[in-house]
Design a protein around this ligand. Structure first.
Ligand code: ADP
Ligand code: MG
Length: 199
């Protein structure tokens, strides 16, 4: 079973990964965006870590809801409200249980990803974070490791796609040939989840 501490570690491990990879995320956002994705997420996850140090949410749902709120209030770009919605909706779906099963997490994350698609209007193949998140949630029924591989493959598979949502879509065909920054950061968050599950 997964408790609040597991979810806190997922968020802090994600923050550490975003910290390490911020420059790469910003570099990916340079040819098909405005070169701020790493900076945006770094600011957001720093706030998440700070909030989790100050408050000690007692349930998995409360950890994710708090983290999502921080992302929405501190990240200026499109990714802030989208990731914030992902975490808040997932947290809401977990309810006030003090422990949840991996199956319950998979189901809740599905609700979170659905909320991201509703908010942003993107579906798989539009070259967004959805291209990593949907395969990850599909594979989570199998294992955390399978979800990590699926998210990484999903992120890599955005390279030949033409963007149909977000800033990159303004480039039309010129968005082809570049990996999507948001799909890349989504793969980092799922890798952090698998890493914490491994411990
Ligand atoms: P901004 O585009 O406002 O500068 P970021 O650079 O932080 O925001 O995030 C860009 C990422 O957000 C994209 O790479 C893409 O994955 C994701 N994104 C943008 N718009 C959408 C959308 N409508 N639906 C899903 N994801 C989106
Ligand atoms: Mg950007």
């Amino acid at each position: 079973m997964l408790d609040a501490e597991f979810f806190r570690r997922w968020m802090t491990t994600s923050a550490a990964s975003v910290d390490r990879e911020a420059d790469r995320l910003t570099a990916l956002d340079s040819p098909i965006g405005d070169a701020d994705h790493g900076t945006n997420l770094h600011r957001g996850f720093k706030a998440v870590t700070a909030a989790l140090e100050k408050e000690t949410p007692g349930t998995p749902g409360a950890v994710l809801t708090l983290a999502g709120r921080q992302l929405i209030s501190t990240v200026g770009g499109a990714s802030g409200p989208l990731y914030g919605t992902l975490l808040r909706r997932t947290g809401k779906a977990l309810g006030d249980a003090t422990e949840v099963s991996p199956e319950q997490l998979a189901e809740a994350l599905r609700a979170g990803v659905d909320a991201v698609m509703t908010l942003g209007g993107a579906t798989p193949g539009d070259k967004t974070m959805v291209d990593a998140l949907v395969p990850a949630v599909d594979a989570l029924a199998e294992s955390f490791a399978a979800a990590r591989s699926a998210a990484e493959e999903g992120a890599l598979a955005t390279t030949p796609l033409q963007a149909r949502k977000g800033r990159a879509s303004y480039l039309g065909e010129r968005s082809i040939g570049h990996q999507d920054p948001g799909a890349t950061s989504s793969a980092l968050l799922i890798a952090a989840l698998a890493e914490v599950a491994d411990e």
